[in-house]
Design a protein around this ligand. Structure first.
Ligand SMILES: CC(C)(COP(=O)(O)OP(=O)(O)OC[C@H]1O[C@@H](n2cnc3c(N)ncnc32)[C@H](O)[C@@H]1OP(=O)(O)O)[C@@H](O)C(=O)NCCC(=O)NCCS
Length: 164
């Protein structure tokens, strides 16, 4: 297993991870109409490619197969965080989360935030995130409840000369 940066050409594999994570794992916590609105099978490939290139995620790869991906933006926002449905609960999410924390330290971020699904909430809680607000976003006409979660990063925002 290795974690690397996104490369052009990864887009379709990332869609498979996204789709299976939602349709095979998150489906336990949401109704079928919510799952279909969140991850429609006919999502425009060009729009998808543009989206994943823009967020520029880290990618988890095992034996040449992409099995997960997650990003952190320069403001500390985690936009996507997905592990393939057939690879859940094998520690891949934790490897990605650790990589995001390393990136956050390098960017000297003080806080990480994300809009977290019901499915991912225990995982984010396990990694030190707390619920800030419960939200009810409407996606393609369907309400898909989630929670804004955040985690403060100790020392990360301090200037080197003020760090202990
Ligand atoms: C949430 C997600 C990213 C976690 O990835 P993962 O690789 O399965 O996570 P890990 O194996 O590193 O899990 C680490 C720990 O987090 C907790 N955890 C992970 N998934 C959990 C779940 N579904 N329910 C309860 N706890 C969970 C457990 O404590 C787990 O440790 P354990 O397996 O020893 O009990 C993945 O399940 C996923 O993609 N889910 C569906 C899509 C989704 O909702 N993505 C997030 C959008 S905000």
């Amino acid at each position: 297993m290795r974690i690397r940066r996104f490369r052009t050409g990864d887009e379709a594999a990332l869609f498979r991870v996204y789709f299976t994570a939602i349709h095979e794992v998150a489906c336990r916590d949401y109704a079928p109409e919510q799952i279909d609105a969140w991850a429609p099978a006919n999502l425009d490939p060009d729009l998808w490619a543009e989206r994943v290139r823009r967020i520029d995620p880290f990618v988890a790869e095992s034996g040449g197969e992409i099995v997960g991906y997650a990003d952190v933006q320069r403001n500390g926002y985690i936009d996507h965080f997905f592990v393939s449905g057939t690879h859940a609960r094998q520690g891949i999410g934790t490897l990605l989360m650790n990589r995001l924390h390393r990136q956050a330290r390098e960017l000297r971020l003080a806080t990480l935030t994300s809009d977290v699904s019901r499915t991912a909430e225990p995982f984010f809680a396990r990694h030190g995130f707390r619920v800030v607000e419960r939200r009810f976003p409407v996606v393609r006409g369907v309400t898909i409840p989630n929670a804004l979660m955040s985690r403060q990063l100790e020392y990360a925002g301090r200037r080197p000369e003020t760090a202990p």
